[in-house]
Design a protein around this ligand. Structure first.
Ligand SMILES: *Cc1c(COP(=O)(O)O)cnc(C)c1O
Length: 384
């Protein structure tokens, strides 16, 4: 069955029945007999989707867990109250005091901050590696346990050669975990490319309507058992209403990403013709360094693009002049956004860009591309 078809049928119960799994709110699940209570407690150790207690999810969350596991090609998927919660809980699941990990240098900022401020005091240290490295021998220590990847990278979209990197990591006995928020289980499948765990901030495209906070982590093999145990021990859970809203968003994931990708490419090509612009970063662009890898391993683009303006360009005045682009954090909703960004200039991929060239990350929403381009064009005219 095609993946698009599955999106429309995830979580459907027996017929006659509702088209969507309803919001089931519960902490306590009642039993008539002690035997029944004990049987469910025993059964839940091997069946993740049995109704036993609210923290383990009700039927609403179970439907979403199965949908995300299927999207990512995992043996299971677990839910968290935000993307950052999924990241922190996953890191904690696989690391112990004294361990060392490797982070790609294009990693999402909050992931690195978590390592600095929570893991470092526990004696867990990290080193950064460039996104084009596939053999990390130069970076490992005897204490290295884990490699954290993100492809395309946050804000600058470097594409990693995950099949080659994960092959090396398996040989070195290291667990590989991907932050797959860019592709959200639809455009790219890290578990199929050799990763053990794939984390997604569902706040972005899974929810898709700028009204949900949630995270998920899908896993396969031994990693799935480790993650599952950690989720249960630390009490990670997602409220039923949020699970419902996320599953509703997933119904249109493929359709939305198709339009987001078309719009971001249209904006990218248009920006590239502007005299104010030094460079546009987008993995779908022919001259993007990761384009060939993305063509090989990915299946389309999302709505993100980053524009590097010429030094001296007034990005504040420009963004303030835009009407259709809201200014704000996050992305992945239906609407277009713009935000000034300052990625760490230590990223290997940014070497060679003038230090003073201002950068703006745009998210192309689901509006008509002609209207977005007209708005961006009027913004330039208002400056002159
Ligand atoms: C937004 C984002 C997160 C964090 O998600 P929240 O739900 O905001 O906590 C993690 N990773 C990446 C790549 C993101 O873009």
């Amino acid at each position: 069955m095609h993946r698009d078809t599955k999106l429309c049928h995830y979580g459907q119960a027996q017929r006659p029945g509702p088209a969507n799994p309803p919001v089931v709110r519960a902490s306590t699940i009642l039993h008539d007999t002690v035997e029944s209570y004990k049987a469910v407690k025993a059964a839940r150790e091997s069946d993740e989707y049995i109704l036993s207690y609210g923290r383990r999810g009700t039927t609403t969350a179970h439907a979403l867990m199965q949908a995300i596991a299927d999207l990512e090609g995992g043996e299971g998927a677990w839910l968290f109250p935000s993307g950052v919660a999924a990241i922190s809980a996953t890191l904690m699941a696989f690391l112990r005091p004294g361990d060392h990990l490797l982070l790609v240098d294009t990693v999402f900022g909050a992931t690195r901050t978590f390592c600095d401020e929570v893991l470092a005091p526990l004696g867990i240290t990290y080193d950064l590696f460039p996104s084009d490295a596939v053999d990390l021998s130069a970076y490992v220590t005897p204490k290295t346990k884990l490699v954290w990847v993100e492809s395309p990278g946050s804000q600058t979209y470097e594409v990693m050669d995950l099949p080659a990197l994960t092959q090396w990591a398996r040989g070195a006995g290291l667990v590989t975990i991907a932050d797959n928020t860019y592709a959200s289980g639809w455009l790219y499948r890290p578990l199929e490319l050799g990763c053990d765990v794939s984390v997604v901030a569902g706040t972005k495209y899974l929810g898709g309507h700028a009204d949900v906070m949630m995270g998920a982590a899908a896993a396969k093999g031994e990693a799935a058992a480790v993650l599952r145990r950690a989720v249960h021990l630390t009490g990670q859970t997602l409220a039923p209403d949020e699970a419902y809203a996320t599953l509703r968003g997933i119904r249109t994931l493929g359709l939305r990403l198709e339009r987001h990708g078309q719009n971001s490419l249209a904006l990218t090509e248009w920006f590239a013709t502007r005299p104010e612009v030094l460079r546009v970063l987008h993995p779908g662009l022919q001259d993007h360094p990761g384009h060939a890898l993305w063509q090989r391993d990915g299946q389309g683009d999302n709505g993100l693009l980053t524009v590097v303006f010429k030094p001296g360009f007034d990005t504040t005045a420009y963004l303030n002049a835009l009407q259709l682009f809201g200014i704000g954090s996050s992305w992945g909703g239906f609407e277009s956004l713009a935000m000034p960004i300052e990625p760490e200039r230590t990223r290997a991929s940014l070497q060679g860009l003038p230090e003073e060239a201002p950068m703006v990350r745009f998210h192309a929403g689901l509006e008509h591309a002609d209207d977005l381009i007209a708005d961006l064009s009027a913004g330039f005219e208002s400056l002159s």
